[in-house]
Design a protein around this ligand. Structure first.
Ligand code: M6R
Length: 612
């Protein structure tokens, strides 16, 4: 939700003017929100603000965001929470005197009380946002402290809620002040300049040396210095927290693709190979298996696409290791936490590692003594930091709001975990486990073949699909989470209503909607038993005139039942999420583009949901 960036530099030290650095950073963070944007700078001792409603490029044309002058510049791209998208509600927000400017990601829960108190003291508010209380509060506290950092510190300690917040002031023009709780923030270390941003891609053009700011940290950066303290506990030695990120700039740009989503679909072979090689020697897998072996109960939680990966894990664990686990949607954690206790294990899956629903679930379970295994794509993000063990996927940055390569790599890592666990319990022999691992090792090559051979077909089929208003995505057993993922892709980017459920449920209600030309997509795993079960489900739909689209192996016995057929090279059912998801991603992508939508920026959505 919202992207923030700031740079403070000595003259001539950044490759572009600081205003351009911030503008380019905003473009890289646009996936986090894009209903309005703005920048602020200190120039010749004065605060300048340019902001408005609209996408970043539109605003650049209208008000020239990148033209802002100054060596200390901050910027924000917004996904509205408090206050509708508008010129006034766009960040940065300023105080009454025009001495402080703030950009913020998160929610200030006690903003009403703070606002009332500040209004009583004569402050004039312009926007309907919660954020605007911060500059006014700092202005108020500056009156008694005469010190920007102290005023900022006191203001932060009065705020309840979640925040990654950065502030600049005419009183201290060479510093950017920052504080963080629950919303992501990173410091990028340069030579003669330093940066702050919500996410790594915004910084990659300038530095790979970063510090992930922890909850409760507060401080400031100047061109050649960093100061950080833990609120209430004194200064910390931040040099211990520097790490060098391996992601390349190319990873974070479109590299000639029209959209990030398409690029990320095509990156799956590489992402799968890298994740696979990472898993081979990852000690975290052994640690996670140990926790699972000792576990009384196993819970699995996540949101959205990551939940589908978690659901797949749960089915595979039952199927392969005969072990039952409880998958649940993270925002529903209150129902489940009360059934947990010491001796249990929670698996939390989150590509970003920052999803608030998942983080809340993690914290609630941890408080009851539950051990936590995380599966994440972002090193050092909040969920891994608060977990006992983390297995990382190595998908590289995912910018498109729709998750693609992170889903297939999550299912690869989770399948690997199940195989290792089943081997440790004796449910699989060593050679059976090796056989499965070999299949998992072939996932990159298979994904490459599947994407190459289905792209044109998806493009062609999208012509028909673009005219539909509804679709069902069905399967059975381990195919169900894949069907759910396909349906989510279609609805979130092509805005076509799509529903997914285990195919046996059709006759209990959903089939009532089916009429001639109704699209029903079947995920048909490489599994003869499931194929047999699916035959009846397909026939009942066909009998009502449905158009049957199958994602099915080349040797499927169901081929005569299919009106359209995404052909999957013969492989193993354990790979179903990896082999069967890319055609569904491509279909959703091309359908969205045909319908005139930007798949990278679906309406009402943001890449990382850091609010509850
Ligand atoms: O970063 P996370 O994996 O925790 O994100 C969870 C969901 O918000 C995310 O998967 C969302 O559903 C995607 N937009 C789906 O494409």
């Amino acid at each position: 939700m919202c992207g923030i960036i700031g740079v403070v530099s000595l003259p001539g030290k950044t490759p572009y003017r600081p205003g351009v650095v911030v503008f380019r950073g905003l473009k890289r963070l646009e996936y986090r929100g894009y209903d309005s944007a703005g920048v602020a700078a200190i120039y010749n001792g004065r605060l300048i603000v340019l902001k408005g409603k609209g996408k970043i490029d539109e605003l650049e044309r209208k008000i020239g965001l990148s033209s802002i002058e100054g060596l200390t510049v901050i910027g924000h791209t917004r996904w509205a929470t408090h206050g509708a998208p508008s010129d006034i509600n766009a960040h940065p927000h300023t105080d009454c005197s025009g001495s402080f400017a703030v950009v913020h990601n998160g929610i200030i829960q006690n903003y009403r009380e703070l606002k009332e108190m500040l209004i009583e003291r004569g402050h004039r508010f312009r926007s309907a946002t919660d954020t605007e209380v911060i500059p006014h509060l700092v202005e108020e506290l500056y009156k008694s402290t005469g010190d920007v950092y102290e005023a900022f510190r006191r203001a932060i300690s009065m705020i309840d809620g979640s925040y990654a917040v950065i502030l600049i002031s005419t009183y201290e023009p060479g510093k950017i002040f920052f504080a963080k709780k629950d919303s992501p923030l990173i410091i990028g270390l340069g030579d003669g300049f330093n940066l702050l941003a919500s996410d790594i891609p915004a910084l990659l053009e300038y530095t790979r040396r970063i510090i992930t700011v922890r909850d409760g940290w507060i401080g400031y950066v100047s061109p050649s210095n960093v100061f950080i303290e833990e609120l209430g506990r004194g200064a910390i030695d931040w040099s211990r927290y520097i790490r060098v990120v391996e992601w390349s700039l190319e990873d974070a740009t479109k590299s000639g693709y029209p959209h990030f989503m398409l690029k990320e679909i095509h990156e799956q072979p590489r992402a799968l190979r890298e994740t696979y090689y990472g898993l081979i020697d990852d000690p975290a897998v052994g640690e996670a298996v140990k926790l699972l072996l000792d576990a009384d109960k196993i819970y699995v939680t996540a949101a959205g696409t990551s939940y589908h990966a978690g659901y797949y894990y749960s089915l595979l664990l039952a199927y392969m290791a005969g072990r039952i686990s409880s998958p649940f949607i993270a925002s529903e954690y209150e129902v489940y936490e009360k059934t947990s206790g010491e001796g249990d294990v929670l698996i939390v899956i989150s590509q970003s590692g920052e999803t608030m629903d998942s983080l809340k679930a993690l914290r609630a379970f941890k408080e009851r003594g539950v051990r936590v295994i995380a599966v994440s794509n972002v090193v050092d993000s909040a969920i891994p930091r608060e977990s006992d063990v983390t297995i990382y996927t190595r998908a590289g940055p995912e910018i498109g709001v729709a998750a693609t390569k992170t889903f297939t790599t999550q299912t690869l890592a989770l399948s690997w975990l199940v195989v290792s666990y089943a081997e440790a319990t004796g449910k699989l022999t060593r050679s059976e486990a090796e056989e499965y691992r070999k299949w998992l090792g072939s996932s990159g090559d298979l994904a490459a073949r599947i994407i190459a051979s289905n792209e044109t077909y998806a493009l062609k089929l999208s012509e028909w699909m673009a005219g539909r208003g509804n679709a069902y995505y069905l399967s059975r057993g381990i195919g169900v989470p894949v069907a759910m993922e396909g349906a989510l892709k279609l609805k979130e980017i092509a805005y076509i209503h799509a529903e997914s459920y285990p195919a046996g449920e059709s006759k209990h209600g959903p089939i009532a909607l089916v009429e001639p030309d109704y699209p029903v997509l079947f995920v048909i795993p490489q599994h003869r038993e499931l194929e047999k079960l699916l035959l009846g489900n397909i026939q009942e739909m066909k009998a009502r005139g449905a158009v049957i689209i199958g994602v099915a192996p080349e040797d499927t016995v169901l081929k005569d039942q299919l009106d359209y057929w995404f052909k999957i090279p013969s492989s193993h059912w354990i790979l179903t999420p990896i082999t069967h998801t890319p055609p569904l991603q491509l279909l959703a992508y091309h359908t969205a583009v045909r319908r005139g939508y930007d798949p990278d920026k679906p309406r009402n959505l943001a890449k990382t949901v850091t609010v509850e």
